[in-house]
Design a protein around this ligand. Structure first.
Ligand SMILES: C[S@@+](CC[C@H](N)C(=O)[O-])C[C@H]1O[C@@H](n2cnc3c(N)ncnc32)[C@H](O)[C@@H]1O
Length: 216
C-alpha cells in the first residue's frame, strides 16, 4: 500500500487492507466526495478508468492537484515555507499570511509545521492550529518521492473538485467511497460540520442508492 505524504486526521491508510476488497471494480469511475488525504483513491488508481476526488477544503484539493500534476514547483515552494521549526514568530507570520491570502503551498507548509501535523480551522476556514516545532524533514521528502513516483502514472485520469459533498454529481457508473466527518470525534474539520449537513448527507445517500451506483 502507498501512503500519501500527509499526516491526516481520519486517514484510512491503516484500514486499506479491509476496505479495498469491498469495492466494486466493475464500475469505471471511482468517486470520493470526502477525499481528505486521498490515500484511498491513490491505492485504487490503477483499477478505475477515472478517479474523481473532492473535499470542501479547496487548498487541500489544490495541494493534491499541484503535487500530482506539477510536483517540482509545489515541493520547492513548500520546502522554503516550512522553515519555522525554530521560530514561533515565523510560524505565526506564516499562519497570518495564510489566513490573509490562502494558497495550497502555505496550507501544506502549515500542516508540516503545526502541532501533531494536524490542521485545524475555525468556522470561517481560518487556520488556527498552534506551532508544532517541526517542518520539512528527510522523512517528508521520502514520503513525497514515493507518492509522486506512484501517482504520476495515473495523473491523466484523476479529476479534482472542491464543493460541498451534496454538489458532487451522482453517476450510476460510480463506485462511491463516502467517508464524512464523524461528529463524535475531535477532528479539526468538525468545526465546519453540522447536524444540518448530516441530514443532507442522509438525503444525498438515499438518492445515490436509488440511482444504483456501488456505495461504501
Ligand atoms: C474522515 S475525513 C476523510 C478522510 C479520508 N478518507 C482519508 O483517508 O484521508 C472527512 C473529510 O471530509 C471533508 N469535509 C468536511 N465537510 C465537508 C463537506 N461539506 N463537503 C465535502 N467534504 C467535507 C473534511 O475536510 C475531511 O477531509
Amino acid at each position: 500500500m502507498i501512503n500519501t505524504p500527509f499526516n491526516y486526521t481520519g486517514s484510512k491508510y491503516k484500514l486499506l487492507d479491509q476496505l479495498i476488497p469491498l469495492f466494486d471494480y466493475s464500475k469505471p469511475l471511482f468517486i470520493e466526495p470526502f477525499c481528505g488525504s486521498f490515500v484511498v483513491g491513490t491505492n485504487v488508481a490503477d483499477k478505475y478508468q477515472r478517479i474523481l476526488i473532492n473535499d470542501v477544503i479547496s487548498d487541500l484539493i489544490g495541494i493534491h492537484k499541484k503535487l500530482i500534476n506539477n510536483p517540482d514547483d509545489i515541493i520547492s515552494e513548500v520546502e522554503k515555507l516550512a522553515t519555522c521549526k525554530d521560530s514561533q514568530e515565523k510560524y505565526n507570520q506564516l499562519r497570518n499570511s495564510y489566513n490573509e491570502s490562502k494558497t495550497p503551498e502555505k496550507l501544506w507548509a502549515l500542516m508540516l509545521s503545526c502541532t501533531n501535523n494536524m490542521m485545524r480551522f475555525n468556522k470561517s476556514f481560518d487556520f488556527n492550529q498552534s506551532w508544532g516545532k517541526r517542518g520539512w524533514t528527510e522523512a517528508t521528502q521520502k514520503k513525497v518521492d514515493d507518492f509522486v513516483n506512484h501517482i504520476s502514472k495515473y495523473k491523466e485520469k484523476i479529476y479534482f473538485s472542491s464543493v460541498n459533498f451534496y454538489d458532487v454529481p451522482m453517476n450510476p457508473n460510480g463506485m462511491y467511497y463516502v467517508d464524512p466527518p464523524y461528529t463524535n470525534t475531535e477532528a479539526g474539520y468538525n468545526a465546519y460540520w453540522s447536524k444540518q449537513l448530516e441530514i443532507k448527507l442522509y438525503n444525498y445517500l438515499i438518492i445515490l442508492i436509488l440511482i444504483k451506483p456501488k456505495l461504501i
